[in-house]
Design a protein around this ligand. Structure first.
Ligand code: ATP
Ligand code: MG
Length: 159
């Protein structure tokens, strides 16, 4: 789908937040400034989180309690500067009773579960349309496919 504003991106995030169930891992892909954290903010707000949602700075993970599950926001960009990592114990965040959103997941490949929802944000902005983004969502397993099917039913992704 195409997003022409922060609000549209966050509306999709909100719709997804209302569909996810514990055990869902969402990998957010896209360049610096594509909108991964912006997406996460819309997602967290829809789950009633009032604390400001921003990327972790001193740690790799920020944790939020929602009524139904723990929400983890991982941003492991820093690991890229060290050539990646695969034994930090991050796998514990991807479990059946919580939901996680991950920025720069390519740096923790070994810790990731196989069934994930991929959300890819691409800047498609031009000089007169600076807020344009393309957002693609794909699933890699049966749990994430179920979530994606529901997302497509509630939110036409083809536009
Ligand atoms: N349609 C849009 N969707 C999302 N963000 C948008 C959109 N249009 C403009 N923006 C702006 O783009 C920026 C996205 O920044 P954000 O921090 O979310 O990116 P990021 O992908 O998390 O980058 P980083 O890899 O540095 O963490 C924000 O300043 C936001 O206001
Ligand atoms: Mg970010």
């Amino acid at each position: 789908m195409n997003s022409e504003s922060v609000e549209t991106t966050q509306k999709l995030a909100k719709t997804l937040a209302q569909i996810v169930t514990p055990g869902t891992t969402i990998l957010l892909h896209g360049d610096l400034g594509a909108g991964k954290t912006t997406f996460t903010q819309g997602f967290a707000r829809a789950l009633g989180i009032k604390r400001p949602v921003k990327s972790p700075t001193f740690t790799l993970v920020r944790e939020y309690q929602t009524p139904d599950f723990m929400l983890y926001h991982l941003d492991v960009y820093r690991l890229g500067e060290e050539g990646g990592a695969d034994d930090l114990g991050l796998a514990e965040y991807f479990n059946a009773s919580s939901v996680s959103l991950v920025e720069w997941s390519e740096y923790i490949q070994a810790d990731l579960p196989s069934d994930v929802l991929n959300v890819t944000l691409t800047r498609t902005d031009t000089y007169d349309k600076i807020d344009q983004r393309k957002i693609e969502v794909t699933a890699t397993g049966s749990h994430s496919q179920q979530i994606l099917n529901q997302l497509e039913q509630t939110y036409g992704l083809d536009n």
